[in-house]
Every structure is written in structure tokens, then in C-alpha cells.
Design a protein around this ligand. Structure first.
Ligand code: CTP
Length: 215
């Protein structure tokens, strides 16, 4: 395909281990990120999917890199964006854990060794530090949805952000549908109706194509 782009997509949760059998995580299932990777590959783009621990099949034509922690995800994204001269689009769909335990024990901790208070340190912001021709983020919020999304779009240097209210029925974690709003860096707002995650993914991929190859 002429004008083939490289899409790098993150999906799913990350796990931040306290010891080999305990970790901090969140309820992300990876469905939205996998749909984005599927839609990008179906349009003929080179597609790398950096996936946290999820129970989903790899979409056709997608190169999948499995990771566990936010730091693993960060390294895999950097590597995927670094390869070769092709124009890159980075779409961060993963629900990255913002914090990890300050210490990870190599063996299972006994309850008598468990501190009553867990010391946490910040994880890297993968989307903010990534360099790509077009960067797109997600903002899954419970309140002040548009204001929060606008702030993240600006602070992370995004072409646009996909905002959704995870408290709304049919949106958010584990569903097959989503109702999202695109907020662009130029201030424009496009509210989409409730649709399948794959349909949302196709809209995102088309918007990225237009931004990466302006007419
Ligand atoms: N993101 C990321 N790396 C992180 C945190 C978030 O790449 N360490 C990406 C997510 O994949 C998403 C976007 O940034 O595309 C927004 O995620 P969110 O968790 O809402 O952002 P935070 O910066 O953690 O915002 P908040 O101030 O709400 O905690």
C-alpha cells in the first residue's frame, strides 16, 4: 500500500509486582487497543501492538509484543518507534499503572514481612515521552471528562485525544461498545454516537491517516 505508516499501539493493563504472586493492576481487558491494532493492520499499515497481560487473540497482520509492567511497556514502545524511517503513529490505549511498589521482592513475601503501608514510586509516562509523527491518547474519566481530556491532550503533546466517560452504560472497561469524543489539538470537538469498539477504532485510524499525510 502506498503511504504505508507504522502504527504502534499499546493495549491492556500493566502489572506492577510486589512479589512473584502479588501485583497492582486495573480492570482493562485490552479490547479497545486490540481493535485499534486490528483496524490499522486491515488498512495495510505496519502495526506493532504492545500488550499488557490480556486474554485476547492477536489480530491478523499485527506484530505483538507482550509486556507485564509499565517500564517493560515503555521500553517496547521506544524500540518499536525507533525502527527505520517510516512515518510513525503512536496510539496509547493501555491503562498504564501510574505507580509501582518501590521494591519488588524476588520471592513470595510472608504476611509477617508485609508492611502495613506500601511505598510506591511513579512510573514513566509512556505517551508523554514518546516521539512519533502523530500521537494519540485516550482519556477514560469518571468526571470533568472533556476538561481532563483537553488538559492531557495539551500536556502530552497529542494530535488528538479520545475521551470517554467510563461511568456511562455501554462505555469503558470490558464492553464491546464505546461512546467517545475526539478532542483535537486545534480545539475542535467531535462527539461520536455509541458504536462498536471496532467502529471507533476505524475512525481513529482514518483520523491518524489524515494527520500523517495531510492533503
Ligand atoms: N499513559 C501512558 N503512560 C502512563 C500513563 C498514561 O502512556 N504512565 C497514556 C494512556 O495510555 C492514555 C493517556 O496516557 O492514552 C491518558 O492516561 P491517563 O491514565 O488518563 O493519564 P494520566 O496522565 O495518568 O492522568 P491522571 O492525571 O488522570 O492520573
Amino acid at each position: 500500500m502506498k503511504g504505508r505508516l507504522r502504527f504502534v499501539v499499546t493495549a491492556g493493563p500493566t502489572r506492577e509486582h510486589l512479589d512473584p504472586v502479588r501485583f497492582l493492576t486495573n480492570p482493562s481487558t485490552g479490547k479497545m487497543g486490540f481493535a485499534v491494532a486490528r483496524a490499522a493492520a486491515a488498512r495495510g499499515h505496519e502495526t506493532v501492538l504492545v500488550a499488557g497481560p490480556v486474554a485476547l487473540r492477536t489480530p491478523k497482520g499485527v506484530r505483538r509484543v507482550d509486556v507485564v509492567s509499565a517500564r517493560d511497556m515503555s521500553a517496547a514502545v521506544e524500540e518499536a518507534l525507533d525502527r527505520g524511517p517510516r512515518t510513525t503513529v503512536f496510539i496509547a490505549v493501555a491503562a498504564v499503572a501510574d505507580w509501582r511498589p518501590a521494591k519488588t521482592a524476588a520471592r513470595k513475601l510472608k504476611k509477617r514481612e508485609m508492611p502495613g503501608v506500601l511505598r510506591l514510586v511513579r512510573n514513566p509516562d509512556i505517551l508523554k515521552s514518546a516521539s512519533a509523527s502523530v500521537k494519540v491518547g485516550f482519556a477514560a474519566e469518571t468526571d470533568n471528562v472533556l476538561a481532563e481530556a483537553r488538559r492531557k491532550c495539551r500536556e502530552k503533546g497529542l494530535a488528538f485525544i479520545v475521551a470517554n466517560d467510563v461511568t456511562e452504560k455501554g462505555s469503558g472497561f470490558g464492553t464491546d461498545t464505546n461512546r467517545v469524543t475526539f478532542l483535537r489539538a486545534d480545539g475542535s470537538v467531535e462527539r461520536l454516537p455509541m458504536m462498536s469498539k471496532l467502529a471507533v477504532a476505524r475512525r481513529i485510524v482514518k483520523a491518524c491517516e489524515a494527520l500523517a499525510r495531510p492533503a
